[in-house]
Design a protein around this ligand. Structure first.
Ligand SMILES: [Ca+2]
Length: 437
């Protein structure tokens, strides 16, 4: 077990702050606004060609049939890619629930209720299954412990794949959290079978410790660990550092760069995902008080999204200098700007989504669905190398596809590519295409 940020040991503040998850309100009396597409965009060679028969996004009619209700503050849903077609749901209070044949099973896969703190944005926040879950039973969770620290642990399920003993826990990483909010919480296996972890900036507001722009902390970062799921043993215990991590061999001692870091400059990347077809990385990074953003990194020819990027926070909030009204005096070319942003007339807490690759709904293929926790709106974005004029950069379509009454807290993907939306109020819905009916 590693404990990072010892040098930054800070008395954990017993914040009584109400969670952003519950603070979310609509944009008051502001006029309703919509997301906008920004430049720079990825090179056309890095995105797929839009199918010739693809419908205009604005003509697609989505419906959200309910799969289950009765969940307690669900924050994530996913399949295990084990061929079982089961779904697994993280409840913030500490249980991983199982959905089998459309029914919520009483017995959870895992119950960490006694180990998790749940105030503010703390709790059981994410899960990622081993790419060989059917054989290994291994899965990885991100939760906040009783001391308020982020814990990344591996558990092992029994042969049924539906029951894991809490005593099977192997703590891989513990990260001290100075404040109760901005814990990130999303863990995903990338196309490289490495474990990617989204870490918030530590919390409070405005990143007062400057964590996101500091290389000597894991806060405000995307992390990438080798947990031994790639087919080769990890080159370290309890996890290895992939040799191509940008700070795997820091040469400048003064930077004290942490080798787990893959990308910097994130505020609270609550939800991120990889396109299962292209490997592209999509991140929803929750904004401070004015701007929400979607970041995109194509996998490109390497098959793995580029490392070492700096997504800007807290020098920028989305594409805008932060704090508002200040000017940026550093070299701005070292920052990667979002591909899409919106102001708080459209919502107030972005929920990064998934790229739809559901064989049941080919009309949705390649659409990145994302939403907003506060406003309940759901947007679709689609990149194509041929949607723009000749010689123009990549075309980016982005339209509102649904306006829901839900607290859109997450999206997720099942074993067969089906896409789900999670309502924090307690339900999971499937994303379906009713355009042709
Ligand atoms: Ca940013």
């Amino acid at each position: 077990m590693y404990t990072r940020n010892d040098a930054r040991r800070t008395a954990l503040l017993a914040l009584t702050a109400v969670s952003v998850l519950t603070l979310a309100t609509t944009g008051g009396c502001r006029a309703k606004s919509d997301p906008v597409v920004l430049t720079p965009q990825p090179p056309a060679s890095d995105v797929p060609t839009r199918p010739a028969d693809a419908a205009e996004l604005g003509s697609i009619r989505l419906e959200l049939p309910q799969i289950v209700s009765g969940l307690q503050q669900p924050v994530f849903v996913t399949g295990a890619k084990d061929g079982s077609s089961r779904l697994f749901v993280c409840e913030k209070s500490g249980k991983v629930r199982v959905i089998e044949n459309g029914t919520l099973v009483a017995a959870p896969l895992l119950d960490l209720s006694g180990s998790v703190s749940t105030d503010s944005e703390r709790g059981l926040l994410g899960i990622a299954f081993s790419p060989q879950y059917a054989q290994t039973g291994r899965f990885y969770v991100d939760y906040t412990d009783k001391s308020g620290n982020t814990v990344i642990s591996r558990f092992t399920a029994d042969a049924s794949g539906t029951k894991a003993d809490p005593a099977s826990e192997e703590v891989l990483l513990r990260i001290e959290q100075p404040y109760a909010n901005h814990n990130g919480g999303c863990v995903q296996f990338g196309p490289d079978k490495m474990l990617w972890i989204g870490m918030g900036d530590g919390g409070s507001g405005g990143d007062p410790q400057g964590n996101a722009q500091s290389l000597d902390t894991l806060l405000g970062k995307m992390l990438r660990l080798d947990v031994g799921e790639s087919g080769a043993p990890a080159n370290g215990e309890p996890y290895g550092i992939p040799a191509d991590n940008p700070f795997a061999n820091p040469t400048d001692e003064a930077t004290a760069a942490q080798p787990e870091v893959w990308a910097t400059g994130l505020r609270n990347p609550w939800r991120f995902s990889f396109d299962s077809k292209t490997g592209g990385l999509w991140i929803g990074d929750v904004g401070q008080s004015q701007w929400e953003e979607i970041d995109f990194v194509p996998a490109g020819s390497s098959g793995v999204p580029a490392g070492g990027l700096n997504f800007g926070w807290n020098t920028f909030e989305a594409s805008h200098p932060y704090p508002a009204g200040t000017s940026v005096t550093v070299d701005t070319t070292r920052f990667t700007m979002p591909i899409i942003e919106y102001d708080h007339g459209a919502g107030n807490s972005v929920t990064g989504g998934v790229v739809v690759r559901d064989p049941a709904y080919p009309g949705l293929d390649g659409i990145y669905l994302y939403g907003d926790y506060g406003s309940g709106r759901v947007w679709g974005a689609r990149l194509s190398s041929d949607a723009g004029q000749a010689g123009a950069p990549v075309g980016v379509e982005n339209v509102e596809m649904l306006s829901t009454k839900y607290q859109v807290v997450s999206f997720g993907t099942g074993d067969n590519g089906e896409v789900y939306l999670v309502d924090f109020a307690g339900a999971v819905y499937r994303v379906t295409d009713k355009t042709a009916q």
